[in-house]
Design a binder for this molecule. Structure first.
Ligand SMILES: Nc1nc2c(ncn2[C@@H]2O[C@H](COP(=O)(O)OP(=O)(O)OP(=O)(O)O)[C@@H](O)[C@H]2O)c(=O)[nH]1
Ligand SMILES: Nc1nc2c(ncn2[C@@H]2O[C@H](COP(=O)(O)OP(=O)(O)OP(=O)(O)O)[C@@H](O)[C@H]2O)c(=O)[nH]1
Ligand SMILES: [Mg+2]
Ligand SMILES: [Mg+2]
Lengths: 293, 276
């Protein structure tokens, strides 16, 4: 583990005495950078992070009863946790009217499933009457997939036979207001951030449906590409937050740090399984521990 | 980036960054850079101009492509596995189309009996392809569907049977055992089946891809990889570590969401794209 590697390193370099020297910190920071890269944190973010740690660590007075390694690991942990942001409170609602939530992301990240999970969460935790909107008209049986989820939750699903996503979503929001659904969740088709026409389509959905919240649904096992794709979605749409899925696997999840650094957006929820109740609030200190290994 | 430069530590660092950004991983990138440095010391690579060609051919050799190996007696059974959302079902449709273009008759087995509308999704593809699909309702035993599909493929005299499975994380023990069971059942009905077990990896996945390959390979000996979503900006560099460690070759790449968007793996083109 990283802590073990750092312990070995510090005892070799400093014999445990005095301040954290520039040389010992330099080597320790290299270990941390390596651990972050192995955890899929982006190269740039790993660099920025380790530079910040180096600055905080060098010259720090040795503490009573704490080894250099322990002290250094604490600095790293605290810095990582601070970056991941504070505890999330989930979704904040403006009490009046219909809240529209738009779900976006790359292909296969877990959007449709997460739409179902969010509907259940909103009903259970916030006593909302959600409506699901099937705005993916291109993937075979995507509408059917959302209808099956809606049926299992007894949540209404707005879908249309023809039409394009922007108008479908706008009509769904009108319909929601009429029938008293106070949260509308828009399931959009997965797409590449470099697909200009499809990114424009998302921008059009945003213009027509006017969502209060835009969530990026991202796969926890994403590697270096997390920076590119999340930056593009953020630039195009202005994200409110991120939902990190498939955290029930053993991916270290460094993408969480990369996305946070690059977009400034908080991770709000995490997906921890395929069932519709497998949605948790994001816990920054748990994520920090997972990334550092 | 390399004109008129010598093979020095600065250049090596730049190349290492390119590899890391492509998800090649820390250890594998470091080893490749060491090999490059050694080649420099031996005089095999002197000028900066020689570096990229050397590295590219070195990498392309390591990534030697795999091809589908057809069984001596039809049907050849291909089992498709991988984690959730990696691109299995779509890759099956594309692979079926690719095989049909080469004169093979294909039957599909709707082995994902778990996820909402999974059977419907593959059924739509089978209709678009005009090929037969063997399926049961969602909730059925996937091994039973696999058995039925194998049976149907034999009695139809089909050349190839492709069996879809539900996405599963390699950390889910009971689901990995389910996969072993599907494989055993296929082998019982058709000796030697599955003749190919292709792991579908999402090119955007980082180092976890290596762990996925290890665990899936333990459960059902994988014979090749389909690297999907290579039309994005991710390069799926984990396939280098996977080839080094497990000797699993990439056989196909997915380059889009439509039927024609599948290509036989070309290591030279792949490595070119890594450094472009
Ligand atoms: N284990 C696990 N699987 C998940 C999680 N979230 C989603 N999945 C699975 O991931 C796969 C893809 O989920 P979808 O909801 O279809 O993904 P999507 O983003 O809507 O896909 P596209 O619409 O094609 O872009 C399915 O097999 C889901 O069951 C999660 O948190 N954990
Ligand atoms: N751009 C792009 N998208 C792809 C590619 N392959 C698959 N997809 C998309 O990825 C998403 C998931 O594909 P599926 O075929 O449903 O993936 P799966 O592995 O069967 O998913 P589960 O069965 O839920 O585990 C869909 O939106 C596909 O269109 C590819 O090569 N390129
Ligand atoms: Mg979807
Ligand atoms: Mg599938």
């Amino acid at each position: 583990s990283l802590t073990q590697r750092l312990t070995g390193l510090f005892s070799r370099l400093t014999g445990g005495a005095g301040r954290l020297t520039e040389d010992s910190v330099k080597e320790a920071v290299r270990e941390v950078k390596r651990a972050l890269l192995e955890a899929d944190v982006s190269l740039e973010v790993a660099r920025t992070f380790t530079d910040a740690v180096k600055e905080k660590a060098v010259g720090r007075e040795g503490m009573e009863g704490v080894t250099h390694a322990q002290q250094f690991v604490k600095i790293v942990h605290d810095e990582l946790q601070a970056l991941m942001g504070g505890e999330t409170k989930g979704i904040e609602f403006d009490v009046s009217g219909t809240t529209v939530i738009m779900m976006v992301g790359l292909q296969g990240s877990g959007k449709t499933t997460t739409c179902g999970k969010l509907a259940l969460w909103l009903r259970r935790k916030h006593k909302k009457s959600p409506m699901l909107v099937a705005a993916d008209i291109q993937r075979p049986a995507a509408i059917e997939q959302l209808k099956v989820l809606g049926k299992s939750l007894d949540v209404p699903v707005h879908f249309e036979e023809g039409g394009r996503p922007p108008r479908i979503c706008a009509r769904a929001v009108e319909q929601a207001r009429k029938q008293g659904s106070d949260v509308v969740i828009l399931d959009t088709a997965g797409r590449l951030h470099i697909d200009e026409p499809l990114m424009e389509e998302l921008a059009a959905v945003k213009r027509e449906a006017k969502p209060h919240l835009v969530y990026l649904v991202a796969d926890a096992m994403t590697g270096q590409d997390a920076v590119k794709s999340s930056a593009a979605f953020h630039e195009r749409l202005g994200l409110s937050g991120v939902i990190l899925t498939k955290l029930d696997g053993d991916a270290r999840g460094g993408a969480a740090l990369s996305i946070r650094q690059v977009t400034g957006c908080p991770v709000i929820f995490v997906g921890v399984g395929e069932k519709l109740d497998a949605l948790d609030l994001f816990h920054p200190e748990r994520m920090a521990g997972r990334i550092l290994g | 980036i390399v004109k008129g430069r010598k093979l020095d530590e600065e250049l090596l660092e730049e190349i290492e960054e390119t590899l890391l950004r492509a998800d090649v991983g820390v250890a594998t990138s470091a080893r490749l850079i060491d090999e490059l440095r050694e080649a420099g010391k031996r005089g095999e690579v002197r000028e900066g101009e020689q570096v990229l060609p050397f590295l590219k051919s070195h990498l392309a050799e390591r990534l030697a492509a795999g091809r589908i190996v057809f069984a001596p007696e039809k049907p050849t059974v291909i089992l498709i596995v991988g984690v959730n959302g990696s691109g299995k079902t779509t890759s099956i449709a594309k692979l079926a189309g690719w095989l049909r273009e080469r004169g093979k008759t294909v039957v599909l087995g709707a082995g994902d009996t778990f996820r909402a509308a999974a059977v419907e999704q593959l059924t739509i593809w089978s209709k678009r392809l005009g090929i037969e699909i063997v399926k049961q309702d969602t909730g059925a035993d996937p091994a039973a569907v696999a058995f039925d599909a194998a049976d149907a493929a034999v009695s139809r005299g089909a050349d190839v049977l492709i069996v879809d499975t539900a996405g599963r994380l390699h950390t889910q023990e009971h689901l990995m055992r389910e996969l072993e069971k599907i494989r055993r059942v296929l082998g019982k009905r058709i000796p030697g089946a599955p003749h190919e077990t292709l792991l579908v990896l999402d090119a955007t996945t980082g180092q976890n891809a290596v762990q996925q390959a290890r665990r899936f390979h333990e459960a059902t000996p994988v014979t090749g990889i389909i690297l999907a979503k290579l039309d994005g900006t991710a390069r799926g560099g984990a396939v280098l570590s996977i080839k080094d460690e497990l000797d699993l070759p990439v056989k196909f790449v997915g380059v889009g969401e439509k039927l024609p968007d599948i290509e036989v793996f070309d290591p030279v083109a792949y490595v070119e794209a890594l450094f472009s």
